[in-house]
Structure formats: structure tokens, C-alpha cells
Ligand binder design. Structure first.
Ligand code: ZN
Length: 253
């Protein structure tokens, strides 16, 4: 049994709520699909918690951007990236500062764990490719190529901040549309690519924090209330972070 968290985006309030829920359920192992930083106001604290609490953490495009360089970022994402870099650089305690940079410098882009593949983006382009629900209609070849690339039965991805399950037809179901809402088999006959949604910046019009738990061959999709106003206000009070990055948390988009 293990929990999967993804796309925290420096949202400490969401991350703390999720970790408390994981602890309350007695789940001991946690994996992270990346984008620990970017957008939100608490990059230092989020990195520290991910280092301390997870089995491994993948490299997301925002983690990559902060350590290396932003790739295909819009203006507000790029500003948030450079602000995050400055905050990490300004840490007065050298040991803490070095530990965080070391963490960002060593993030893997793909991990196989318990016979499943874990990436931030997609099986074929693990850091930057988005797998959208609409791709089922608008770009099915992208999904088919990714299923072809996938050697395992199941793959967990983040990146779009929208939870759901891709089956290799290809087909997409949101957690509410599953035959048992909120639950899906991980090791069926069909290959699956599963997104557990975003901890710190959901984009499916549900502002609650999202994460998943894998237990006994099943993934459970979980949503949690957290102190959104507190996370939003920190962003609004940071000039380098665009107000929109806070407002969108209230709407889950
Ligand atoms: Zn993200």
C-alpha cells in the first residue's frame, strides 16, 4: 500500500493536509510524481517535506525549470520559477540550502516501482508531455504511442492536474465516471495510465487537494478540503507571484 502525490507547486497548506490524511489512514509509503515547486509561496517547506516523507520523487517540468531552465513557460510561470530560485538561493542556512539544490539536481525522470511506471508527463516524454482527456478525440495517436512505449501494465502520471484513467482503446474516465466511482483496478487486462490529480493546484474545477492511494491492485482517488484562503493570501502578498496563481486555486482551474 502506498500513496501517490503530484504537482504540489509550493502549496504547503495542501501538502500538509494530504500528509495528515495519509498518516491518519496508516499509509507508510509515499511516492511523488514531481512539480514540488513553481506557482506557490512555500518552495522551501514543500521540498523539505518531500525529502523527508517520500520514497522517491520524479522530476517535473517546474522542478527542472528551477534547477536548469524554464522550457515553454508562460510569463507568470517563468516569473514564479525565477522567484522560487531566488527563495532557495536566499536560504541563510547553508546545509538546508545545499540539501534542497542537491534534491532538485538528482530527481529521476522515470522510476519503475512495484512493476509500475512512474513519470511526471508521459511514458515517451517523461518531463514535458501532457496527456489530456481530450486527446482521446483530438490526438488519439499520441495516447496510442504512449501505450506502445509503456512496458508495464500501469503507469502513473501527473502534469495536467486533472485526475482520471486512460485505458488503451484509448479512452478516458474521470474518477466520478468510473464503474465504482473513485476506484479503479490497476492491474486489469488492459494497460492503464492513471493521473491522481494535483495536490496543490487542481484544474478540474474542484478546488480540493487531490491525491491517490494504491492498495491491493486498486487505486483510490481522494479529495481533501484544506486552508485554501491561507495559500491564496500568501500568493497575493508575494509581488513576484501573479494574483491569478492565487485566484485559480479558489476555482480549481
Ligand atoms: Zn504541475
Amino acid at each position: 500500500m502506498f500513496a501517490i502525490i503530484s504537482d504540489i507547486h509550493s502549496n504547503l497548506e495542501a501538502l500538509e493536509a494530504i500528509l495528515a490524511d495519509i498518516d491518519a489512514r496508516g499509509v507508510k509509503k509515499i511516492v511523488c510524481l514531481g512539480d514540488v515547486v513553481g506557482y506557490g509561496a512555500n518552495p522551501r517547506e514543500c521540498i523539505d517535506l518531500i525529502i523527508e516523507r517520500t520514497e522517491f520523487c520524479l522530476c517535473g517540468n517546474h522542478d527542472y525549470a528551477v534547477f536548469y531552465e524554464p522550457y515553454n513557460f508562460n510569463v507568470s510561470a517563468e516569473r514564479a520559477c525565477y522567484w522560487t530560485r531566488q527563495v532557495l538561493e536566499d536560504e541563510p542556512n547553508k546545509a538546508k540550502r545545499d540539501r534542497r539544490w542537491e534534491f532538485l539536481s538528482r530527481l529521476p525522470v522515470r522510476v519503475v516501482y512495484e512493476d509500475m511506471l512512474f513519470v511526471h508527463g508521459s511514458p515517451r516524454r517523461p518531463v514535458n508531455e501532457y496527456l489530456f482527456a481530450d486527446d482521446v478525440y483530438s490526438n488519439p495517436h499520441k495516447l496510442l504511442a504512449n501505450f506502445e512505449r509503456l512496458q508495464q501494465k500501469a503507469c502513473f502520471v501527473g502534469h495536467t492536474h486533472v485526475p482520471g484513467v486512460f485505458v488503451d482503446d484509448p479512452y478516458f474516465e474521470s474518477p466520478d465516471e468510473l464503474s465504482e466511482p473513485g476506484f479503479h483496478e490497476v492491474a486489469e487486462d488492459d494497460k492503464v495510465i492513471i493521473n491522481v490529480g494535483s495536490a496543490g493546484q487542481p484544474r478540474d474545477r474542484d478546488p480540493r487537494a487531490a491525491y491517490g492511494i494504491v492498495d491491493n491492485g486498486q487505486v483510490e482517488f481522494i479529495r481533501l478540503d484544506y486552508d485554501i484562503d491561507k495559500a491564496v493570501n500568501k500568493i497575493l502578498n508575494t509581488p513576484e507571484l501573479d494574483d491569478f496563481l492565487g485566484q485559480r486555486l479558489l476555482e480549481g482551474r
